[in-house]
Design a protein around this ligand. Sequence first.
Ligand code: SF4
Length: 357
Amino acid sequence: MSTATIETLQEKVLDGYVINRQEALELYQHSTLNDLGAVANALRLQINGDKIATYLIDRNINYTNVCVTYCKFCAFYREDGDKEGYVNEAEKIIHKVTEAKEKGCTQILVQGGHHPSLTLDWYLNMISKVKKTHPDVTFHSFSPPELIHFSGLFKMPVIEILKKFKEAGMDSMPGGGAEILSDRVRKEIAPLKATTSEWLGVMRDVHSLGMRSTATMMFGHVETIEERIEHVFLIRELQEETGGFLGFIPWLYQPGNESLGLKSASGQEYLKTLALSRIILNRALPNLQASWVTPGKKIGQLGLMYGANDLGSIMLEENVVAATGLRYLMSVDEMRRLIKEMGYEPHQRDTFYNLVN
Ligand code: SF4
């Protein structure tokens, strides 16, 4: 594609044109980082305005690290019977939420490994006890692969489990476990995990029950650019069908203490992928989250110039990425400073992108 054609395509995007897969590939391959970032940023200003950028305060609480799925990129799980394996009962989770609320937390992200023997009643009990004690905190929980695991374990359709979870107090679902929505990639990095159509099917069920969810993409490992682009299109298409996604969170694969053992992608690749995601998702999914944990705070902050309108979460607890050996910490003051430095007013939001302050 010639430079003139790429420039025309960039202009058309800003006039409301929604690109297709081939055009996304051409844009990625033939635009400079700066040009792609400028289009994504202009689109972000059109969609989200030029005043504010948001962040969330949450706590990631893992009810167990015992898992029978053995993803190759995961440093967090322990095999059943391992002396480092644990199960956190409802009382411990409640205590963690109480602590988090004192620090302004509005959401708990409750996820676990795929435990081989916890029962449906254990989950229902845990959800309802936590939610009854803390009805004002959003119970943002589980992920499509967990639901596929539960469905096999409890011998029940996913939709029936979700109905019971919702009745017990589940509010919404994080978009975890999407990695790259390509079965070729999934077979290579997580062969026992939910397939592409299973992941999308669970999200369709979640949305059909009136619950919202986020969508993620873990990239920068074995996938091709075409597969990365396909992932973002699958999210856009499901969003056009259900309208249930709250935001999209692309984040970089983090090597360390896991068996994939690859090099992480560069900050340039992160920002270019973020910008392209904004252009593909366009108005269908207005909230794009920059991630600071794996690319680092300085690159994460720059994400606000490459299409993102949100700088993610101050995670009062996070164990999955931390298991790779990556150490990080973010205070509310620092988060607000990072956003201000990029020319935006920082505002705390809740799970549903309502402003809290
Ligand atoms: S990523 Fe999740 S499903 Fe995969 S091994 Fe780790 S805990 Fe288990």
